[in-house]
Every structure is written in C-alpha cells, then in structure tokens.
Design a protein around this ligand. Structure first.
Ligand code: NAD
Length: 453
C-alpha cells in the first residue's frame, strides 16, 4: 500500500468496514486499574471527571483531540481519531487502584498539590469514592517511602493470588466488561533481568520461592496478564521487559507496552535531537538538569531508583543521533542527566538543557532550554491515551509488545534485537499508520508523486 493513493472509502472519512484486523466493539464499561494512586494517576482521573462534566477540554490527548488524514491530501478526509477507530468513551471508564497509603484519590490529589483547591473541590465526590486496595510492596525496591496499606501474605505467589482476587472483585462490583492496568507507581530500584525472569516456569517458581529479584511491579503485571488484562508501564522499572512475562502475554494474547512516560525534558529532547540530525548539525555535549519537589522526586533521590530513570533518559540521544553511522558529528558527545529533589517546587518541575552543537567548518553554537513544566499535567493525557489504545489493541487481537505506542515512552519496548525508535515524529507516523492499517486504509508515505503526474 503506497503513498496516499486514491481510495474508495466513504467520503466522510470513516472506514467502510474493510478492516485488516477484526475489532470487537467497545461495549460496556472499561475498568482502569492503577497501581500507584499518586500525582500522575489522580491528575489523570480528576481530568477525566472534569472533562466528563464539561469543565475542561482534554488538552494533550491524541485520542480525544487529534485527527488522522486518510487518502490523498486532495480527498479532505481527516476524521477525529476517536471517530476513526472504536475507542471506549470517557463515560465508560471506571477507576480502581492500589497504594501503600490509605488516602482516597481525593486526599492523594490534595497532597500532590497539582490541581488547585477550588477545582479539586468540584471533583471531591468521584475522587473520594476511589479508595486504594492494599498494595504489594517491598521496600527493597522503593527505599524512600513506606506506608501501612500493604498486603501481608506469605509468598510472592500468595500476593499475586490476592491481586487476582482484587481484580476479580473490582470487575464484578463495577460490572466492567474489560480492563486495562497501567503502572503509575513509584520508580523501582534498577535491576537487570535475572535467571528467574527467563521463562514463565522460572518466574512462577520464583514467585513461590519468594525470589528477591522479582519486583512488586512484576507481580502486578503477572496478575494483570493472568486475568487477561493488558498492561502498560509508565515508570522506568523493567517490569514486563523480560522474557517470562512476554511469554505470558503472547501465550494469553494480551498486549503490553512501556516504559517511562515521555514528558518534560525527554519530550523536549526527542523534539530537538531529530531536528539537529535532520540538518546534519554536530553535537559535542548535552547537559540536562532538573529540580523537582514531588514524591516522585523524593523517590528518585535514592540512587537505585535514579539509576532506572537515568538508563531510560540516557538511551534516547544515541538512538536518535546514531553516532556509529555519523562519527564525524556524534562520536563521543558528552551527555549527562541530573535530577535534584527540591521540595519548594512540588510538581512544578524546572528542567534546564545546555546543548553544545557545531555547524559548518566546525563553528560552535549553543542552545539553552528552560522548561518550566508541570510533570503530572503532561503525563495525565498520556495515561488516558494509553488506556484507550491498549483496550483497542486488546479488542483487535494484538498481542505482546505494542511498539506502535512508542510515541508515549522514553524507553519504548521493542522485539529482541530491534533498536527502539525515539524520534517523536517517526513514532507519531508509526502510530497513525498502525491505525490506518487496522482499518484497512492506505498507509501514508508522504511520497506524493501522483499530485504532479
Ligand atoms: N509525571 C511525569 O511526568 C512522569 C513521567 C515519566 C514517568 N513517571 C513515573 O510515573 C510514576 C508515578 O509518578 P507520580 O509523580 O505520580 O509519583 P507519586 O509518588 O506521586 O505516586 C506514586 C505512588 O505509587 C505508590 N506506590 C509505590 N509503590 C507501590 C506499590 N508497590 N504498589 C502500589 N502503589 C505503590 C506510592 O505510594 C505513590 O503514592 C513514577 O514512577 C514516575 O517516575 C512520571
């Protein structure tokens, strides 16, 4: 399928049913299960409730606001994405979650201080109704916090079974027909995949033997996949990035994706770096530093958790700039990322970038970025899109790693041996082409020769 050629689809832009994949309808309620009722998840839930009440516009959400071009530029077919593919409606979302603290989503949102008090007050009722279930927690994996709302069970397998019960109860009580799980919990300490992560059999054995290499996030992911629920990972911890859980996802035909929401500084990086590379401008150094005062910032003060974050943040530039292919421009550029916990700022992060570049005849130039962002305000619409797209993937029979959702992540999961695509514009093209492909539309290559024939 090439180049936005002519098409016989209906002129209103909606597909006529010639789908490449069979997509089950989005009937009934969709459960959104969230480990981690903190700043990001409560900002997401509060936002959805505000949008449902007509109090806000879903700014930042591709599923709610973006359009998709179909066919040739002269066809004038640009439906909204949400009209082009059958997504769950916001009124059908039901929220549930786990946390180590007993605070309701209203109290957690008030503590996080992302949203202003008068706005939060208007959403008190739906947010107060969300009471976190007892968490599966292990302080070896998140050092700086501790809370009372945790499961006291024997083995890690016992805890997985308790999560399976939680999920079943949530689904029955709320009458949901499908669910998606998305990890919005704290960043866990950096671990590499170990022997216990190699096969599903090893992993299940490890759960029974309480293997210390199994992280809490992996127990949630295991419970989700066992329950037939797609799993997305918003944090940089490994979680499903290992053979055992990928085996389970493929065996059960369940989509997974991750990892680490692409917001703030890395979002900026993936906007700027492709531009430098496109113009073949050189890079000698990129220094990034942040101040951040929310609980996430506090957890990242721990070197083990920071290591997880650093790994995902540092991988981006190499993948975009490809120093092996362009040693004269990108060999040995200096790249450092720092995160400093600075309580006065709360969730209102400030990220500075100093970028040393060079141009024609090697003359040096500098770019300075000072991004005064709001972490959770940037992350919340990504949570919404991921929930809706993961549910779509599940209803479309897509299983295993969903690389087309790389757009949302700092360290996108890919098939073994495949390098990830970090350029945000390529990621967006990939996402939209996947939607076109699902609905049997021509892929758009931007060739456009036919306009000049
Ligand atoms: N905000 C962003 O822009 C952004 C971007 C990328 C990634 N992230 C990641 O998203 C995650 C959430 O960020 P946040 O700002 O909401 O953090 P937060 O600290 O406000 O919320 C995380 C919550 O997870 C809970 N938690 C920790 N371990 C748990 C467990 N085992 N089970 C259940 N709950 C657990 C904590 O008690 C806390 O309430 C973090 O890992 C962060 O690194 C955020």
């Amino acid at each position: 399928m090439l180049g936005g050629g002519s098409t016989s689809k209906e002129s209103n832009g909606l597909s006529s049913g010639n789908d490449n994949v069979k997509i089950a309808p989005a009937d009934g309620k969709l459960g959104v299960l969230i480990p981690g009722i903190g700043a990001v998840s409560t900002t997401f839930i509060a936002g959805v409730e505000a949008i449902k009440r007509g109090m806000a516009v879903p700014v930042g959400s591709l599923t709610q606001l973006a359009t998709i071009r179909l066919g040739k530029r002269t066809d004038n077919r640009t439906p909204m994405i949400k009209d082009f593919v059958p997504l769950a409606g916001l009124d059908d979302l039901v929220f549930g979650g786990w946390d180590i603290y007993e605070d309701t989503a209203y109290e957690a949102a008030a503590n996080a201080r992302v949203l202003e008090a008068p706005q939060l007050e208007k959403l008190r009722e739906p947010l107060s109704a969300i009471k976190p279930m007892k968490a599966v927690f292990d302080q070896e994996y998140v050092k700086r916090i501790n809370g009372p709302n945790v499961k006291e069970a024997g083995s890690k397998m016992d805890k997985a079974e308790m999560l399976l019960d939680d999920i079943r109860n949530f689904q029955e009580t709320n009458g949901v027909s499908r669910s998606v799980m998305i990890w919005c919990g704290s960043t866990e300490v950096f671990h590499r995949p170990a022997a216990v992560h190699q096969t599903l059999k090893d992993f299940e054995c490890g759960l029974m033997k309480n293997d210390p290499e199994i992280a809490p996030s992996q127990i949630y992911a295991y419970a989700a996949l066992k329950s037939g629920i797609p799993f997305a990972n918003g944090a940089p911890n490994l979680t499903t990035d290992m053979p055992a859980l990928l085996e389970l996802a493929r065996e059960r035909n369940i989509p997974v994706c991750g990892k680490d929401f692409k917001t703030g500084q890395t979002f900026m990086k993936t906007l700027i770096a492709p531009g430098l590379k496109a113009r073949m401008l050189g890079l000698s150094g990129w220094f990034s530093t942040n101040i951040l005062g929310n609980r996430d910032g506090e957890v990242l003060e721990d070197p083990g958790s920071f290591k997880s974050k650093e790994e995902t943040k540092l991988s981006v530039l190499d993948a975009i700039l490809q120093p092996k292919l362009h040693p004269e421009l990108y060999k040995d550029f200096y790249h450092a990322v720092r995160i400093n916990y600075y309580p006065p700022r709360g969730d209102s992060k400030e990220g500075w970038d100093n970028i040393d570049i060079f141009g024609w005849l090697g003359y040096p130039m500098q770019i300075k970025i000072d991004f005064l962002c709001r972490d959770s305000i940037l992350a919340a619409p990504l949570v919404l899109d991921l929930v809706l797209f993961m549910d779509l993937a599940q209803r479309s029979g897509m299983r295993g790693i969903q690389e087309w959702l790389s757009f949302y992540f700092k360290a996108p999961m890919t098939a073994p041996g495949l390098y990830p695509e970090h350029d945000i514009f390529i990621q967006l093209m990939k996402l939209k082409n996947t939607l076109r492909w699902m609905r049997g539309e021509d892929l758009i290559t931007h060739l456009g020769q036919e306009y000049y024939d």
